[in-house]
Design a protein around this ligand. Structure first.
Ligand code: ZN
Length: 504
């Protein structure tokens, strides 16, 4: 067999894996949107079957032999070519996947489906006890998963690496500490001013109009509805069945105009990333976002840098007023202040840009403590309350708005799922700054409801590459430097300094 034939054989095998994963995504999407509760058990089994099938097909020794045989071809190809990138990423994935037994993955995945079902009942019932045994099992599995990757410095490192390759506890702890040191004084200064009035966001806003308005904005940003759609769910997400079918989900509160909007713009950011992946990568394992942090940077950029900017609302607010009569007599200034209200709140997904990362850092620290064995699952609800009291000055009496509020620990590993949010916030500002320095006209265009220059820059510099580059490589290529918190801190200080008269 020639190298070309071997490469084709490998690609065919990898396409089968990608197809099985795509099918699993459809089942997962249905599980979170339309499936009746009775379907949970069978769905868990079906997902486990598909995952273990994809895993077995991927770690087939023949895939390893083909990758070895193709190493000389890879070395001859330009580093950033599609084929060299596919071989490089496939080898990395193969080495990672080969270390975890299929049986372990199947058992874990079946457990996770059950745990998710329990959480969905425990959360509205404020019943942590209902799901605590399942969480303990998840914690045990999470530790076991790390042990398949010996040589780590911290038990969480392999879990973090799965979502944000190259990141470690040793790197993240100081980064988060620097950010926290910048954020805490800002939050204190703002909190000292008392609560911002957000009553202008309250009223009656019919569900159908909210769904349509959000989707129309997403479309204006560049979300392609011929290759996407929107449905309702409990915990919004975006999912890719292929580059040409990337779906978003959202949730609506009829008495609040902001929740559905921000959720839709956020998920559209994720979805545009995956719709923007080069068609040449479709059906390969490069047709996904490259890391959790980069993915989140793309959702936060559209949700916040654009979707909470003054220029954007100068253009969009009159349209919103026309759609919802309850906003008729609201001033743009009051609306702008309300959607950028900074407050010490209980719910991460409702948190503003300034306090958001404090919510993330609490979760990050608690999951490290769980993994290190320094915190027991039974003590988690109280530890949660304590950290909220000390970091945000408030705590939830119930667990529904406390430890049960986020799905992550109940639908995946404990560890690795939260750092990406804060990395995303940091990077959203770094990428936006780079886009603006390439195209200084972007803010003016956003103020006219035009987004194609920004969308085009993101597509060229981030979306199109899929997983070809690791996040450090992509950041360097797109911004000309490594990751830095400075643009994010500058952005927050400028915007909230003006909103809250903070001085310099
Ligand atoms: Zn997100």
């Amino acid at each position: 067999m020639s190298s070309e034939q071997k490469l084709e054989t490998l690609k065919e095998r990898l396409r089968t894996v990608a197809d099985i994963r795509g099918a699993a995504h459809v089942l997962g999407w249905d599980q979170s949107t339309y499936m009746p509760p009775g379907g949970a058990e069978a769905r868990g089994r079906q997902l486990a079957t598909l995952e273990s099938l994809a895993h077995e097909k991927f770690i087939d020794p023949e895939v390893g032999r083909l990758l070895d045989a193709l190493a000389p071809l890879e070395a001859d190809l330009p580093y950033d070519s599609d084929d060299a990138s596919l071989l490089r990423v496939a080898r990395r994935d193969f080495e990672k996947a080969s270390k975890v037994p299929s049986k372990f993955l199947a058992t874990f995945s079946e457990h996770v489906a059950k745990s998710y079902g329990l959480w969905a009942e425990a959360r509205p019932d404020n019943d942590f006890a209902k799901v605590s045994a399942a969480l303990q099992t998840t914690l045990d599995y999470s530790r076991e998963l790390s042990q398949f990757f010996p040589g780590f410095d911290h038990i969480a490192d392999p879990l973090i690496d799965n979502a944000d390759e190259g990141m470690t506890v040793a790197a993240l702890r100081p980064l988060f500490a620097d950010l926290r040191a910048e954020l805490v004084p800002i939050v204190e200064k703002i909190s000292a001013q008392g609560e911002t009035d957000e009553s202008v966001l309250k009223g009656h806003f019919p569900e159908a109009e909210q769904l349509a308005f959000g989707l129309k904005l997403a479309k204006a940003f560049g979300y392609d509805l011929k290759r996407g759609r929107q449905d309702k769910t409990l915990h919004p997400f975006a999912v890719n069945f292929s580059v040409n079918d990337v779906r978003i989900t959202t949730r609506v509160k009829e008495d609040d105009v902001s929740e559905c909007l921000s959720s839709t713009l956020h998920e559209a950011g994720h979805a545009m990333y995956e719709q923007g992946i080069s068609q040449s990568l479709e059906g390969t394992l490069l047709a996904n976002g490259t890391s959790s942090g980069i993915h989140e940077s793309q959702s936060r950029l559209w949700e916040n840098q654009v979707g909470r900017s003054r220029g954007f609302w100068e253009h969009t607010f009159p349209k919103l007023q026309k759609t919802f009569p309850d906003l008729e007599n609201v001033a743009l200034d009051d609306f702008y202040r309300a959607i950028n209200k900074v407050s010490r709140s209980l719910i991460r997904t409702d948190a503003d840009e300034v306090t958001y990362n404090l919510h993330v850092i609490i979760r990050f620290d608690l999951e490290l403590a769980l993994l290190e064995g320094k915190l027991a699952v039974k003590d988690l609800p109280e530890a949660w309350r304590e950290r909220y009291r000390s970091d945000l000055g408030i705590a939830s009496e119930n667990d529904t708005n406390g430890v049960l509020q986020d799905v992550h620990w109940f639908a995946g590993t404990v560890g690795g799922a939260f750092q990406g949010y804060t990395l995303g916030n940091i990077l959203s500002a770094q990428f936006y700054e780079a886009a603006l320095s390439a195209h200084p006209s972007i803010p003016k265009e956003v103020g006219e409801g035009k987004f194609s220059t920004l969308h085009g820059w993101l597509k060229d510099n981030i979306y199109s590459h899929g997983r070809k580059f690791t996040s450090p490589e992509l950041i360097e290529r797109a911004t000309g430097q490594g990751m830095t918190i400075q643009p994010y801190v500058n952005y927050l200080k400028a915007k909230y300094g003006e909103l809250y008269n903070l001085g310099s």
